[in-house]
Design a protein. Structure first.
Ligand SMILES: Cc1ncc(C[n+]2csc(CCOP(=O)(O)OP(=O)(O)O)c2C)c(N)n1
Ligand code: SF4
Length: 288
């Protein structure tokens, strides 16, 4: 990674924030800017990709190359960027609806293929930009515009999904805990592989149930240390916390596994591939 020395505020791009006052996404941005500064990431080697939603506006505020793509498609677009230019730092930022509803088909493959990127999910348990519909992480107790009498479906847990999908780095924090959130983003960016960080982020405008206070208290009780390379231990920590109505925070799981770009580079080397390869040989193979 190309290094520079910049203050967190120097990573803030000019676009004026459009988030509501008190929106948890502000904490995610502050944490990300701090992580970039601590790592000394060169903005010209950084690509911030997003989908659609309030959370997906984040790249406008970060000095980097950036792409504001389609709803649920940030992951696949970021995959293309990463495989074409493995020397760049790729960060995806998006919401729970974006990532686990419309984008839910892509998530297992980002993790299983171990694409070298950092995926920051801004989990507010609601669709913010479209004015408050229930999302896949909404708790049934929440009354949303689409569920005025409460929900009839259980929520999914992004962290449990990611552990199952084979992500090599899984962490969670409350976005208001900027110190922990930035530490986890920093570690995630340093990690070679698919790093998933779930940041609980309140939407005071549309979600009256999951407030900054409730997220903070659910995240407050830290779990006892476990072996982060042990998948069963990580699953156990998450399941136990869930049963107790807590949200486990910090680094939950981390292992090293070859990334897709590494495997592809190895394959190219094994078969002696190069950009001047005579394509007529491939055509000859197809001749009857
Ligand atoms: C294909 C498609 N379907 C639906 C929409 C409408 N839409 C815009 S944002 C959004 C959801 C936003 O929720 P989330 O991803 O949780 O982010 P938040 O706004 O809460 O940060 C939806 C459904 C869209 N833009 N494109
Ligand atoms: S609607 Fe909710 S998620 Fe969107 S900016 Fe406002 S507080 Fe944040």
């Amino acid at each position: 990674m190309h290094k520079v020395e910049l203050q967190p505020k120097e990573y803030r791009d000019e676009a004026k924030s459009f988030w509501c006052p008190g929106c948890g996404h502000n904490g995610v941005l502050t944490a990300l800017l701090r992580s970039l500064s601590e790592l000394g990431v060169d903005p010209s080697y950084l690509v911030n990709v997003s989908g659609i939603g309030c959370s997906s506006r984040l790249p406008y505020f970060v000095k980097s190359y950036k792409m504001h793509t389609l709803h649920g498609r940030a992951g696949p677009v970021a995959t293309g960027v990463q495989l074409a230019r493995p020397d760049l730092a790729v960060v995806v930022t998006g919401g729970d609806g974006d990532g686990f509803s419309i984008g839910g088909g892509h998530m297992p493959h980002l993790a299983r293929k171990n694409i070298n990127m950092t995926y920051i999910l801004m989990d507010n348990h609601i669709y913010g930009l479209t004015k408050g519909q229930a999302s896949p992480t909404s708790r049934p107790e929440m009354k949303a515009s689409t569920t005025p009498f409460g929900g009839v479906e259980p929520p999914l847990d992004p962290v449990l999904y990611m552990l199952t999908y084979g992500a090599t780095y899984v962490a969670q924090a409350f976005s208001g805990n900027v110190k922990l959130a930035s530490q986890l983003i920093k570690d995630g960016m340093e990690h070679k592989g698919f790093a998933f960080i779930n940041l609980l982020s309140q939407c005071p405008t549309f979600n009256e149930l999951d407030t900054a206070k409730s997220f903070k208290s659910a995240c407050e009780q830290q779990d006892t240390a476990h072996d982060v390379a042990d998948l069963d231990a990580a699953m156990h920590v998450v399941n136990t916390a869930k049963q107790e109505g807590r949200l486990p925070t910090g680094l939950l799981y981390k292992v090293e596994r070859p990334t897709l770009d590494q495997r592809m580079a190895e394959l190219v080397e094994r078969v002696g591939g190069h950009k001047d390869y005579d394509l007529r040989k491939v055509i000859d193979l197809a001749r009857p």
